[in-house]
Design a protein around this ligand. Structure first.
Ligand code: GLA
Length: 755
């Protein structure tokens, strides 16, 4: 609900409020953003004028309440007394934007520039600030779990105006905070870093032209001492896929100024008279229930207001992807053999990754071309997709439309379509970016991708992008607008196509891309132990239904780490499950295990994909409709391990639950030469007998089952003892390095107490 009372604006979501007021000088004060309060509480948040601020600039001599440098503001300008960082820059000249008017709309104010935005706002407050020749609309859209903000700048003068910075939001928060950012690189996405916000500016910024895995646009601000389950935490994100910028800095008065928007580095827009510039939408979220509470809110917001409506709560298929198993080396026969094996395992969608078109037999050629490679795929995609359909699976296809290899027909005929500067072109993965700001390039992509989508039955698209350009410069924003136009034109008429975006893994994991496709490939690193970090850190800001999570081969290609198949499954369950490995090389026991994994996942798919996700001390849990699934993950084994406890969250204290572990089995080979101590004969661990036994036999591992109240389960259930070097016993858990365990917790049907 948005209320307006005597120059005070009260925006009240579910358990949070934002209070603003226009002061006597027309500045917009940020009175409060945090726990729910009443609009009538506003005066309690006023900054009282005191004895003055010494050398500070006042808007009115003698009135210390007119000192912009010390007030908590919701927007500010440079050069007029507020010397903290400004959210706007007009080619270095000062501005003096003051309150002009406001209006309240039902729902959201639609974007005019084609930027994606959150849908389903309850109401939007538009406050217009103005000065001669300039108008700035500040839009505040209210959602149950979040507030979004954006700006629209209008040149009302008769001269062109050069804009070099315009943030989507700015907020001054009282108190000290720590800023958590998510940084990284290829195969090392989402490394979490936390820094205290002091008097020097802390910046989270991307300058590659894209939201980037170097610095995800989403970040958190938490009060020192906030924990997973308690304390104030703010979450911020941007519905945008290009360069972004966010900063936080504490002032002498103890206000932390936070802002977020398009990255100003190399940004410049010339606005002709009468023209407007829209910023992307920033998302602001608050919880006083710690990081966990914040994530729950962000997840609900993304599920309900960001991802395309067709895919909200729509179950995602279990897929098989050809990339890690085949790379570029396949033909139709091989694909069909993989598809029929994948089908037997339970997969529902077969995805043909890179290598199906032009001269694309390696990553050095062919990008930009769309002619299907008929040598590899006689009969084309239509024939292949029909065969896959006939096997009972859906068919999906990889594209990388934004890039071009210099060795391609497209580049040979349109070299000027590639983005370059005046120097010798620099290649990234042997490719250049196409200039998506140009209409003819947009048309080429829309036409060619659409033609392929319509020539075969394609129900899934992996939209990849592997060139992270340095040549975008001032074009960066127009490129992103061009990309959104292309995505809009291809996928809005085909909402039923499941679009998974990807950029060398998670190099463009952002809310902008999620407005077009509901899931994103988190990382080319599918090592489950690495994924524990990547998926867990994504979970701070993004729901698990947005994670493409695949089981791949062990030892893993990126780390050479060997991990148990159960752990690879248990990690990928907490996302949109897929398999990406050479199925020809699976042992029968592995096939059986994968079959069981997929069957189990399908049974609990809605909970895994859309349940309430919670981070536990050593694992994760999801809960939905009375069922909780929790996994505990282990890194390295320690000798004589301490008792392990599983502390569940979010259960009903008074209900009774049945907890059981999902059966897991141990490979005999894990015991190596120890087997000779229990076998009647001295068996060589590298000999034929043990090697054969390892391929065929497994042993049950520590299954457990118990009933307890929600209260007890949340206090911490003691798990079965771990292997202690005293021999195998099926009533202990023999988890090796990188082992894991999954538990199913179900409400017990109500039964009357005996009288
Ligand atoms: C990128 C993607 C991979 C795969 C390859 C194909 O690296 O992240 O998943 O699609 O491209 O070339």
């Amino acid at each position: 609900m948005i209320e307006v009372q005597n120059g005070i604006f009260g925006l009240h979501g579910k358990d949070f409020s934002c209070l603003l007021r226009v002061n006597d000088y027309g500045l917009l004060e940020q009175l409060h953003f945090g726990p729910a309060v009443q609009t009538a509480d506003a005066p309690a948040f006023f900054c009282r004028s005191g004895l003055g601020w010494g050398e500070s600039v006042l808007l009115k001599e003698g009135d210390t309440a007119s000192c912009p440098d010390v007030l908590p503001l919701a927007f500010s300008v440079p050069g007029r007394g507020d010397y903290r960082e400004s959210p706007i820059e007009l080619a270095g000249s000062p501005a003096d934007l003051r309150y002009h008017s406001h209006r309240i709309l039902e729902g959201e104010l639609s974007m005019e520039s084609g930027l994606p935005q959150a849908h389903g706002a309850q109401q939007t407050l538009v406050i217009t600030l103005a000065q001669e020749g300039l108008e700035l609309e500040l839009c505040f859209s209210l959602f149950p779990d979040a507030l979004t903000r954006r700006c629209i700048l209008k040149n009302t003068s008769d001269r062109p105006l050069v804009l070099t910075k315009l943030m989507s939001m700015m907020v001054d928060l009282p108190g000290d905070y720590e800023m958590t950012t998510f940084d990284g690189g290829w195969i090392a996405e989402m490394r979490k870093h936390r820094l205290p916000v002091l008097d020097s500016r802390v910046v989270n910024e991307s300058t590659t032209g894209f939201s980037s895995h170097r610095h995800n646009p989403g970040f958190l601000l938490s009060a020192p001492g906030a924990t997973e389950d308690s304390g104030p935490v703010y979450g911020f994100n941007l519905v945008y896929s290009g360069n972004h910028y966010a900063s936080a800095q504490r002032s002498l008065q103890g206000l932390t100024r936070v802002m977020q928007g398009i990255g100003p580095s190399s940004f410049a827009k010339t606005l002709a008279p009468g023209r407007i510039f829209e910023t992307p939408e920033a998302v602001l979220c608050y919880s006083d229930r710690g990081f966990g509470g914040l994530s729950e809110r962000m997840h609900r917001f993304v599920q309900a207001h960001i991802i395309p409506p067709y895919w909200r709560e729509r179950p995602r298929p279990v897929l098989y992807n050809s990339w890690e198993g085949c790379m570029f080396d396949f033909n139709r026969r091989r694909l069909l053999s993989l598809a029929s094996q994948a089908k037997k395992l339970g997969c529902e969608l077969f995805v043909l990754d890179d290598g199906w078109f032009g001269a694309r037999n390696s990553d050095t050629a062919g990008l930009g071309d769309y002619n299907v490679n008929l040598k590899k795929l006689p009969g084309g995609l239509k024939k292949l997709s029909e065969k896959i359909k006939a096997l009972g699976m859906d068919f999906g296809l990889w594209f990388e439309p934004e890039s071009v290899n210099p060795d391609s027909d497209l580049y040979r005929s349109h070299p000027d379509w590639a983005l370059t500067d005046q120097f010798e072109p620099l290649l990234g993965r042997n490719q250049l970016l196409l200039d998506l700001s140009r209409e003819e390039v947009q048309d080429y992509l829309v036409e060619n991708v659409s033609k392929i989508l319509d020539q075969a039955e394609i129900s899934y698209v992996k939209w990849d992008m592997n060139r992270h350009s340095v040549a975008l410069g001032a074009k960066a924003h127009d490129y992103i607008l061009g990309l959104y136009r292309v995505l809009e034109r291809i996928f809005r008429p085909r909402p039923q196509i499941l679009l998974e975006s990807c950029s060398s893994g998670g190099n463009r994991f952002d809310l902008g891309m999620l407005c077009y496709g509901p899931q994103i490939w988190c990382s080319d690193n599918t090592d489950p132990i690495e994924r524990l970090t990547i998926q867990e850190n994504l979970s701070y800001l993004y729901p698990q239904s947005t994670f493409g999570a695949h089981v791949s081969a062990s030892p893993h290609a990126q780390t050479l780490r060997a991990t148990p198949l159960c752990t690879r499954g248990n990690v990928s369950f907490f996302g949109c499950l897929g398999y990406e490995l050479d199925l020809d090389h699976l042992l029968k026991i592995e096939r059986q295990e994968i079959q069981a994994q997929i069957e189990f996942y399908k049974l609990h798919r809605m909970a895994f994909q859309f349940g309430t996700f919670r981070r536990l001390k050593k694992g994760w849990q999801v809960s939905r409709e009375g069922i909780t699934l929790a996994a505990v993950f282990r890194r390295l084994v320690a000798a004589a391990p301490a008792w392990e406890r599983l502390e569940l969250k979010g259960l009903d204290r008074n209900k009774r639950y049945r907890l059981r572990s999902r059966p897991q089995r141990l490979r005999i080979g894990q015991f190596g030469s120890l087997v000779k101590h229990v076998a009647p004969v001295n068996l060589d661990p590298n000999g034929f007998v043990l090697r054969t036994a390892d391929r065929h036999f497994t042993l049950p591992d520590g299954a457990q089952e118990l009933c307890a109240s929600g209260s007890a389960l949340m206090a911490g259930t003691v798990l079965l003892p771990l292997f202690r070097g005293t021999g195998y016993d099926q009533n202990q858990r023999t988890l090796t390095d990188f082992g894991s365990e999954l538990f199913i917790i179900e409400e017990e049907p109500n039964h009357a107490e005996p009288g």
